[in-house]
Design a protein around this ligand. Structure first.
Ligand SMILES: [Mg+2]
Length: 224
């Protein structure tokens, strides 16, 4: 069984957060070190809102209000709300060679999509992606840690040794799967959220780095 992360593994995602953050910074030139501030507020808020666009926009609103000297700029508030709605309406942009790779692999393996975030938004993206036909199922989870992966494997009655997980986050896709005895396939993406970054540890067993998703076909042919 092969698990695929979705955001920034199958389609573009983080780049839209990056663009939204740039718009926020343009609207708030008085905030010093805004990237660091936004990351800090987002991290504090994960326990309240989880991952996804809605939580991100609430964090931007909080940053805007917090640094307004008790005089919130309602035009900026309105603009931030609209930035969020535009993000939620954004079309899916598949990454190169995703569809043909999934088509090929789905003929030989059971594929499941494992993505974390806001249920409504993730479901909307999965449905619009046109990729559902290649997957046996989709798991939308609130956190991707060892426990989550063990529960998913138990549900499908698959042992960790027979499981590969493919994704762009070492923290969420690769290391927890490797830690439970599966294999993590790391495919880096140019934009990865700072909260997903960990020290690279590529001397680890059962962790493989590939540069593109299509390299997976070749790797599987050689390894298995
Ligand atoms: Mg990802």
């Amino acid at each position: 069984m092969i698990g695929f992360d979705a955001d920034d593994t199958l389609w573009e995602n983080e780049v839209f957060f990056h663009q939204a953050q740039m718009k926020f910074i343009e609207l708030h030139p008085h905030i010093k070190d805004p990237e660091e501030l936004i990351l800090q507020i987002e991290k504090e808020n994960i326990k309240f809102y989880g991952y996804g666009i809605k939580g991100f926009i609430l964090s931007l609103l909080e940053a805007s209000v917090r640094f307004s000297n008790n005089q919130p700029n309602f035009q900026n508030i309105d603009k931030i709300i609209n930035i969020g709605k535009d993000m939620l309406a954004q079309n899916i942009q598949l990454l190169p060679e995703v569809e043909e790779t999934l088509r090929h692999l789905s003929e030989h393996y059971m594929l499941i999509m494992i993505t974390k975030g806001d249920l409504l938004d993730q479901r909307r993206k999965v449905e619009r992606s046109g990729l559902l036909k290649y997957f046996s199922s989709t798991e939308i989870v609130s956190e991707k840690d060892e426990q989550t992966y063990l529960e998913i494997l138990e549900k499908y009655n698959i042992s960790p040794q027979d499981f590969l997980m493919v994704g762009n986050s070492l923290k969420s896709d690769v290391l927890p799967v490797r830690n439970i005895g599966g294999t993590g396939i790391y495919i880096p993406h140019k934009f990865t959220w700072k909260n997903e970054e960990v020290e690279s540890t590529f001397d680890l067993e059962r962790v493989v780095e590939l540069q593109t998703i299509s390299a997976l076909k070749v790797w599987l042919k050689n390894e298995i």
